[in-house]
Design a protein. Structure first.
Length: 480
């Protein structure tokens, strides 16, 4: 809930005394009488219009909020009798800006728990401060921008003026609610969606991207791993965020829709993998004749999941990752960045992509050079990479069938979902704070934000009723 101290910071000078609508109408009439002149320029005129309309909007919203208040000694909330314990002014951020209204709070009879505010429960006030539309707008903003950037954007646009700190808290609070209901709500979102017309192929990809973490023990753990002879990976202070995508394609290979998911660092990407399994199962329930294609880089953990936990399908190592390994192999053979290495890479990249037995030719060539350079362990590793993934590199046949051979969708997911928002200068993340951004950013990129918000906003509304044989007095407009 907003506090008096918070009011002084964000709300001071915003109460408009019930005269805003009269002032707006008077402003319009006077402007018309002057013949529509704009002595200070049209921009200033626009600003004045927005200011006056926002004042009237806040006035009206404030009145409606007070109508939702209850002044009786006792009420029933979610079937439990509550008794009034305190009255006072509450500060709320609306889409038009801040308002302050008189409200009453109630506590369950016979308990000493937290008090409840019928006004907030009936209006669906989010996190004790934002009206529903303001919360939705604020959440959308911080999903795409930092809280500081969002604060500046709102102040530039006019209307609501949440502070950076309140915008920072908003997604975290909503995320706690989402995580409590995540499985049920994700199932509801899938159930609301119709089958995609013309879909013939379902492609699933899994990958990860390193993100900066607020983890003071990172260096200590890395040093412990080094002392134990274990391998340490990634830059200090970074951990892997898991990303997954499920895409539908038509028979020509045109992508029709993509669902994206991302989870903060977690052992074996367990939650992310469960989400992908659920998406795949739902897709096949809607369209049983879809052809499943699994696309990923060569990471063994990814393929353990894709091969074992999903239904049978075509397995494809992303061509561009394969090409990177091919380029490194020829660098080990002829010298890094040498003309011979470059020419051989270009030749065999084309073979790998276009020839019916392209991967076999690549393997034979690398095996020949590995025999010539038996002490080159790095070349041997690249050869083993192609041998291990041989069955997943039939690119010419896959292209002929208009099946995806690249993990561009999951690469884009890693970039747009994680990197662009979470790897800005100076940023560091906790698991909870990062997940709050990733969850709603993924929903937005999957065209699920609108449906998800309906589920979220409904969670903040609760039933408030009167005791039997009790009639309320009409609400009275308070003055400040």
């Amino acid at each position: 809930m907003g506090s008096v101290a918070k009011f002084d910071e964000e709300m001071a000078g915003t109460w408009i005394g019930g005269k805003a609508l009269e002032g707006l109408l008077k402003f319009i009439e006077e402007h018309r009488r002057r013949g529509g002149r704009h002595e200070e320029g049209f921009e200033e005129f626009e600003r004045e219009v927005r200011k006056r309309f926002s004042e009237a909007e806040r006035e009206f919203i404030g009145e409606e909020l007070e109508r939702l208040d209850v002044t009786l000694p006792e009420v029933v909330i979610n079937g439990v009798e509550h008794r009034r314990v305190v009255s006072g002014y509450g500060d709320y951020m609306t889409a038009a800006g801040p308002v302050r209204v008189l409200r009453h709070r109630y506590r369950a009879v016979g308990t000493n728990g937290e008090s409840e505010c019928p006004l907030e429960l009936q209006a669906g006030i989010v996190e004790g401060f934002f009206t529903p539309l303001a919360a939705r707008t604020g959440l959308w903003a911080v999903t795409h921008l930092t809280p500081g950037e969002s604060e500046m954007l709102f102040r530039e646009l006019g209307g609501m003026t949440p502070s950076r700190s309140s915008l920072d808290r908003l997604p975290k609070g909503i995320s706690e609610t989402w995580e409590d209901r995540r499985r049920d709500w994700e199932s509801e979102l899938r159930a609301q969606e119709d089958a995609v017309a013309g879909a013939a192929v379902l492609a699933v990809s899994l990958d990860g991207v390193m993100a900066p973490m607020k983890d003071g023990q990172r260096e200590a753990r890395r040093e412990q791993s080094r002392q134990e002879g274990k391998q340490t990976r990634g830059p200090s202070g970074y951990r892997e965020v898991g990303c997954g995508s499920v895409s539908l394609y038509d028979e020509t290979g045109k992508r029709l829709r993509t669902i994206r998911h991302a989870r903060m660092p977690e052992s074996k990407k367990r939650t992310l993998k469960r989400q992908l399994v659920a998406e795949v199962e739902n897709a096949f329930e809607q369209q049983p004749n879809l052809r499943l294609v699994k696309v990923a880089d060569g990471a063994r953990d990814n393929w353990d999941f894709l091969s074992k936990d999903l239904p049978p399908g075509v397995e494809v190592v992303d061509f561009f990752h394969a090409a990177e390994h091919l380029g490194r192999a020829f660098d080990h053979i002829y010298g890094e960045a040498s003309l011979k290495a470059h020419a051989s890479f270009a030749e065999y990249r084309h073979v790998l992509l276009e020839a019916d037995d392209g991967v076999d030719k690549v393997i034979r060539t690398l095996a020949y050079h590995q025999k010539r350079k038996p002490r080159c362990d790095k070349l041997k590793q690249e050869l083993e990479y192609f041998r291990r993934n041989r069955a997943r590199m039939d690119y010419a046949r896959l292209r002929a069938q208009n099946l995806p051979i690249g993990s561009g969708v999951i690469e884009a997911t890693c970039k747009t979902l994680v990197t662009q928002r979470m790897k800005r200068s100076g940023q560091r993340w906790t698991n909870d704070g990062g997940q709050a951004i990733l969850t709603f950013r993924a929903l937005a990129q999957s065209d699920r934000f609108d449906a998800a918000w309906k589920l979220i906003s409904a969670e903040y509304k609760n039933d408030v009723s009167l005791l039997k044989n009790v009639l309320p007095f009409p609400a009275r407009r308070a003055s400040v």
